[in-house]
Design a protein around this ligand. Structure first.
Ligand SMILES: [Zn+2]
Length: 555
């Protein structure tokens, strides 16, 4: 679109705090030329022909929403597997009824076993929620379903993989295996569980060819991109790029994202373990080289470290008094004692570090690491980001600020999971205080909100994240969880727009409606400021605009 176009709206919330409200925005060649009123932009309109677009005249325009942490390719691929989760779910092969009990999960796996004709075809299942479906699977239980057909099951995300005996054999794992995260029964026998990345990589090898069947990755990115667009998202970051294969995954993303019909911009954040394995000492230089061919729609950004496990799968690391049942949780691929050394090349080269830390023990270790990095090589505006920041303490927010770090927080758990984990895993105190946004705000830390879609049993909906941030209402729709950790409506929308752009180092290009920025908008049926705070999650998303192109949200 090279002709000047003026979009008129009932209201425009610019998220440029110096000029917060407008009702017209002029766009040309994908960028914003002027924002204000039809009158204020006359000096532009007098000089060249223009079109007035009134299609949003009754609606409210926000900057395009940004979800800075998703996993479209991986979760879209899992959606094609046998679903055993508790929530109703629409998969590529149709609607899946949620399975409410352990018995229903086992019955489903037996049914798939009985229906398969090829005896060597493995069963690949995903979606188990150990907190509400009776705990993790284990080997003997899966062997009762079949001792001949390999079975491979994961929780929502592959933080925990459980295999039966034939699958253990395929993975080349036997009683002599000694790998971190390959778990055992109390009597010392392998229990079939593989926890966190070092172990899960081992368990995934024999099934990679099924997960990477031609077309699956492309179909996954396209399908989840469409779900995200309908939630109002115009930019996201793939936070586990290169899980299976760098070149192949990049080719798939190029095919989908660079297609003009795809409604999102996407940043690819490579996972550290693979980069280091493939490029050794040149790891940081390699990432900087990759960034040189970034386009406005698709590009590489930063590096991702996974420092502990998952919140819903209950593999994160907690400080004293730990888990209700005494378990310890798991660290990620990089041993914690090696963390400073592993992060240092990226830190020194200026590659932004995104460090996954779900539990308070992991947040503490990650802050210790950041402090060491600052001592070795002091930096400003490094944007070191703690990803998830689910269980933390107020002093950690203060320390994060002092060290110049940022947080990208999954706060959906406050609503969807905190009451479940009061009795399963974390206990009442840590569960109630999940996602301490109030503490981050009080300390002046810049933070974003993200969904981690779709690896964590929560939806993707930035408006829902804002609703949770200002209400902190639990699943019972009555209890307000840690009310002092709520934030106000003047702050929450920043976490899905301009502050999310800051976390991705794109706030000079996106995140607010300002002259010169990319013309990315989210068009809402109503303004969160005009409805009661309890109704923010019900506001309809009418359309998105990407570089001036309109994408309607109704299918
Ligand atoms: Zn993630």
């Amino acid at each position: 679109m090279s002709r000047l176009t003026v979009f008129r709206a009932r209201r425009i919330r610019t998220l440029d705090l110096g000029r917060p409200v407008a009702d017209a925005v002029a766009v040309k060649a994908g960028r914003i030329v002027s924002v204000g009123s039809f009158e204020s932009m006359r000096p532009w309109l007098e000089r060249e022909p223009y079109t007035v677009n009134e299609q949003f005249a009754d609606r409210v325009i926000y900057p395009g929403f940004i979800d800075p942490h998703t996993h479209f390719r991986m979760s879209g691929v899992f959606m094609g597997l046998t679903y055993v989760g508790p929530l109703d779910q629409h998969g590529p092969r149709g609607f899946n009824q949620g399975l409410r009990s352990r018995e229903a999960v086992v019955a489903k796996l037996r049914e798939v076993d009985g229906a398969a004709t090829d005896p060597t075809q493995p069963i690949l299942a995903w979606g188990l929620d150990p907190a509400v479906q009776g705990g993790q699977f284990h080997r003997d239980e899966l062997d009762e379903i079949s001792t001949t057909r390999p079975i491979w099951t994961i929780t929502y995300a592959p933080h925990v993989i459980v295999a039966n005996s034939p699958m253990l054999a395929l993975a080349g794992v036997d009683e002599s295996t000694n790998v971190y995260g390959v778990e055992r029964y109390q009597d010392g026998r392998l229990n079939g569980q593989f926890i966190e990345r070092t172990a899960t990589q081992l368990a995934t090898r024999p099934v990679a060819k099924y997960l990477n069947e031609p077309g699956r990755g492309v179909q996954a990115i396209r399908a989840l991109g469409s779900v995200a667009q309908r939630a109002g998202i115009t930019t996201t970051a793939e936070m586990i790029f290169g899980y299976f294969d760098n070149e192949r995954e990049f080719a798939e993303h190029q095919e989908v994202v660079e297609d003009p019909s795809f409604p999102l911009r996407m940043l690819l954040v490579p996972i550290e373990g693979r980069i280091r394995a493939e490029h050794g000492e040149a790891c940081a230089a390699h990432l900087l080289e990759l960034q040189k061919s970034n386009t406005e729609k698709l590009g590489f950004h930063g590096v991702k470290f996974v420092n502990d496990g998952s919140y819903p799968a209950m593999t994160l690391r907690l400080r004293t008094p730990g888990y209700l049942d005494g378990r310890e949780g798991h660290r990620g691929e990089t041993p914690w004692e090696d963390m400073v050394e592993a992060m240092l090349p990226y830190w020194q080269a200026g590659v932004q570090i995104h460090a996954h830390a779900n539990g308070d023990e992991t947040v503490a270790m990650t802050l210790d690491t950041l402090e060491q990095l600052q001592l070795i090589h002091p930096r400003f505006d490094h944007r070191f980001t703690i990803e998830h920041y689910c269980i933390s303490t107020p002093d950690q927010a203060r320390r994060l600020k002092a060290l110049g770090g940022l947080a990208s927080v999954n706060n959906y758990f406050v609503h969807y999971r905190s009451q479940i984990h009061a009795t399963e895993g974390f206990g009442p105190d840590r569960s109630e205080a999940t996602a301490r946004l109030g503490s981050l705000e009080r300390e002046g830390v810049v933070f974003a909100l993200h969904s981690d879609f779709s690896l964590v049993l929560t939806p993707i909906s930035p408006l829902t994240a804002v609703w949770i941030a200002v209400n902190r209402l639990a699943l019972d729709e009555t209890t307000v969880q840690a009310p002092g950790e709520r934030i106000g409506l003047e702050r929450a929308p920043r976490a899905i727009t301009i502050d999310a752009a800051h976390v991705l180092r794109r706030d000079h290009e996106i995140g607010s409606i300002e002259v010169g920025k990319l013309a990315d908008f989210t068009v809402l049926d109503d303004d969160p400021y005009d409805v009661t705070v309890s109704a923010i999650r019900d506001i309809g998303v009418h359309a998105t605009v990407l570089g001036g192109e309109v994408f309607p949200c109704n299918e």
